[in-house]
Design a protein around this ligand. Structure first.
Ligand code: FE
Length: 211
């Protein structure tokens, strides 16, 4: 009788203990999985951004004047934004594509622009930086919405170069700016698609360059 009870007791102990073991083994892989996926999150996923699909009309991005304020030697970075900068934060994203509309990984892009007050940093490298497209041919720039300066509507300067290719120098513009119509350099083909997310803008633009 006691032996029977002892066996039942043992069985109960085992049954109660059993669920503890799987919950520990499950927890361990779960941690590993979430750690792996966080490493895979890229800037686009993190910011809930899907660049416009590569779609080309066979036209290459228009070349424009470099202007007087380009400087070599800017730092490599995705973000030219510094906390406390005046102006609304702006993300500029898209693909660099070749003449056949194929994305170009490792293309070089160098951005420079005026701050929200229309002033360029010509002594340092504020709002200047270069980067390379990722394996999917995408670029991602965090910056601020540029200001106007005399004679010019809001714009961002850029140089784009496919690996071993020629450098395209151009500028990006914004829709519905009052200064666009009176700016002699402005071109409607270089206007970004702008999405207002409240605290910040997302600007979409795909470059098409000769590879
Ligand atoms: Fe300029």
């Amino acid at each position: 009788m006691y032996r029977k009870l002892y066996l039942i007791f043992l069985l109960l102990i085992t049954a109660c203990a059993a669920p503890v073991t799987p919950s520990i083994t499950t927890a361990s892989p779960q941690v590993a999985t979430s750690s792996t996926s966080s490493q895979q999150i890229d800037l686009f996923t993190e910011n809930n951004i899907v660049p416009a699909a590569p779609a080309c009309d066979g036209m290459l991005t228009l070349s424009q004047t470099e202007g007087p304020y380009y400087k070599t030697g800017s730092p490599e970075r995705n973000s030219n934004y510094q906390s406390g900068m005046p102006g609304k934060r702006l993300l500029v994203v898209g693909y660099v594509l070749d003449q056949n509309c194929q994305p170009i990984p490792s293309a070089w892009l160098d951005f420079w622009q005026a701050d929200a007050n229309g002033v360029y940093d010509n002594t340092g490298y504020t709002l200047r930086g270069y980067q390379y497209t990722d394996a999917q041919g995408r670029y991602f720039l965090e910056t601020v919405f540029p200001g106007e300066y005399p004679g010019r509507t809001q714009h961002i300067h850029v140089k784009v170069q496919p690996p071993n290719g020629n450098i395209l120098t151009s500028q990006l513009y914004f829709p519905n700016e009052t200064g666009n119509s009176s700016d002699g350099i402005f071109d409607p083909s270089l206007v970004v698609k702008l999405e207002d997310r409240g605290d910040y803008f997302v600007a979409y633009f795909n470059f098409a360059v000769q590879k």
